[in-house]
Every structure is written in C-alpha cells, then in structure tokens.
Write a protein that binds this ligand. Structure first.
Ligand SMILES: Nc1ncnc2c1ncn2[C@@H]1O[C@H](COP(=O)(O)OP(=O)(O)OP(=O)(O)O)[C@@H](O)[C@H]1O
Length: 306
C-alpha cells in the first residue's frame, strides 16, 4: 500500500455547499476511520455526491473543510496514489478492452503496465480482460471501476454505489474484498442508497439527510439502539404499567398478551418482570433491518430548501 499517508482518516468538518436556493450540504461533520468499511448513506438528493465531490476536489465548498490524512485533496502530492475513487461505472469507452482502459490509466499516472493485470485479477476480471467493455455487464463495469480505483494501491477508497449491478454472489465477493482492503489498514467509504445491499458490505455508517448528519457509528450500535423487546405475558397491562413507571421506555401493546418495548434492553425488561412477579411466555429482542432503521431516523427531517 502507498504509505504517503498511512492510515489516513477522512475528516469532514462544517462542510456547506449551496446551489441557488438548495443547501445541498449543510454544516456537515463526520470522520471515516482507517481499517473500516463505512457506508455513506442517504436518500436521493441527500447530498452524498456533492460531499464526495468536495472531498475529491471536484467542487469547492462554501465553508468548512474535507481532508484526507489532514490535507485537502488539492494539497496531496500524488492524489491518485493516496485516494482511489470510483464515482460512476459508465465512463468507459465501449470499444476498448478492460485491460486497454487500465493500461491508459497506468501510462497517465506512471504505474508499471503489469499493475493493470494485477488489479484485473483482484476484481476477478482476468478472463474478460481482452474483451471490449461494451460487452461487459453492469456488474463487470463496476468491477472494472473498482480495478481502476485500486491501480495506485491507494490508502483511501471512495466508491459510489459499488454494489449496483452485482448479483448476490458478487455482493458477497465485494464484501470480502472491501473487508480485506480495510483489514490492510485502508479507509473505505462506500456511498449508497440501496440499504439492503450496503448492509452486507459495511461495518460503520454515516447517515445524512437534507445535507445534514443524522447518525454515525458502528452498524452494530445503530441496530442495538433501534432494537425493541417483544414480551408475551398473560399480565400485559400490569407489566406495561410497571415498565412505564420504571423507565422512559416506549411501550406499545400490539395484542392482548403482547408488548413491544423500545428504549430498553432485554435484561432490563426481564428484571422488571421478575420484580413484578409477572409470568412471561416470551422475551425476545427484535432487530430492524437497515432500511427500517434508516426510515425511522430520516422520517422526521426538515425540508431541503430554505
Ligand atoms: N450542480 C448542481 N446544481 C444545482 N443543484 C445541484 C447540483 N448538484 C447537486 N444539486 C442539488 O443538491 C442536492 C444534493 O444532491 P446530491 O447529488 O449531492 O445528492 P445525493 O445524495 O448524491 O443523491 P443521489 O443518491 O440521488 O445521487 C439535490 O437537491 C440536487 O438537486
């Protein structure tokens, strides 16, 4: 790996960008740590692409900073050796082969030509290397875009919708590749709005909506925060009263003998049931998927223009 900036974190601080009356990115701050695969998530128009473009020096910020290893992209000595980016998989000339494309990038950036075959092997395109890209599936073009991003052996990878077009086997493959790259000390940022796919790829998330940070942290913490406890008991009303007075947990009675308790873990609910001598027939943690968590976090956000 290139060690110009070993273990470089991405730091976004107070970043703001306005297009006319639209505040695309609004005082956004977050950190992407090395050794993680971080999902950069938000609905359409949330400001993901604008943020990534500011990070990569393609758009200037109104205020705030976006740095890689403490430096803005424009101040990196050989940025392609530090940051590998795949923002879209559609910019390939259809008549050129995958290998030809990568050979051009090698020449432009001064990399040895054998890097092209190395990264083609990394992304599983060796057997298709000589075929023209016009005949590639979307998934193959995604792999080629990833290969191009890996050419400079970068410390930081920024990938926009990398799972788009991959079949389930391809997603499993990408997950193991991204984890391996992160395990080597790289910083991997993956933007997506397809939450079920990204849930399988990432271990951390940064969620934005209307240009503002909604949540960041390990995926496991997010799920733990959003988990609820299901209780089945013949004494649902008595237990609901005890739970309500003991904590700030939100209790919903979904049937005569069933309660859903948010904001408390299973041990706390079990403890209160035991103290109240309430007989339990079921006590389980209910996990949401990322889509449910995402909608509950972004549902009450304010509109994007002001
Ligand atoms: N060059 C531009 N001129 C005007 N408005 C823009 C420009 N680029 C982005 N916007 C607006 O800024 C907002 C954020 O857009 P952005 O593309 O960053 O969102 P996104 O989260 O990447 O969305 P998507 O998932 O659809 O790609 C949107 O309202 C968009 O219309």
């Amino acid at each position: 790996m290139n060690d110009q900036i070993a273990g470089a974190a991405i730091e976004i601080r107070g970043l703001t960008k306005t297009f006319g009356s639209v505040r695309a990115v609004d005082d956004l701050s977050f950190t992407v740590a090395p050794r993680t695969v971080t999902g950069f998530l938000g609905p359409n128009g949330a400001g993901k692409t604008t943020t990534l473009r500011m990070l990569l020096g393609l758009v200037s910020a109104d205020t705030g900073t976006a740095t890689i290893g403490g430096r803005p992209y424009a101040e990196l000595a050989r940025p392609n050796d530090v940051v590998g980016a795949a923002l879209e998989a559609s910019g390939f000339h259809p008549a050129r082969s995958g290998r030809h494309h990568l050979a051009i990038y090698c020449r432009v950036n001064g990399y040895p030509l054998n890097r092209a075959d190395e990264v083609l092997a990394t992304v599983g395109l060796t057997s298709a290397a000589s075929r023209s890209v016009g005949g590639y599936s979307l998934g193959m073009r995604q792999r080629l875009a990833l290969a191009a991003a890996l050419l400079g052996d970068p410390t930081v990878l920024v990938l926009d919708e990398p799972a788009n077009g991959l079949d389930p086997e391809g997603i499993v493959w990408m997950r193991s590749l991204l984890r391996k790259l992160a395990g080597e000390g790289r910083t991997v940022l993956v933007s997506s709005h397809v939450l079920t796919e990204v849930q399988q790829l990432v271990d951390h998330v940064v969620i934005i909506n209307h240009g503002r940070l909604v949540q960041q942290g390990p995926l496991s913490d997010l799920f733990a925060q959003q988990a609820s406890v299901l209780v089945r008991t013949p004494h649902a009303e008595r237990l609901a009263t005890a739970l309500t007075s003991a904590t700030g947990g939100q209790i919903e009675r979904t049937s005569p003998d069933t309660l859903h308790v948010a904001g408390m873990d299973i041990a706390a609910v079990g403890h209160i049931a035991y103290a109240e001598r309430v007989e339990l027939h079921e006590l389980t943690t209910q996990h949401s998927d990322l889509e449910e968590v995402f909608f509950s976090l972004t549902a009450a956000e304010r509109p994007s223009t002001r």
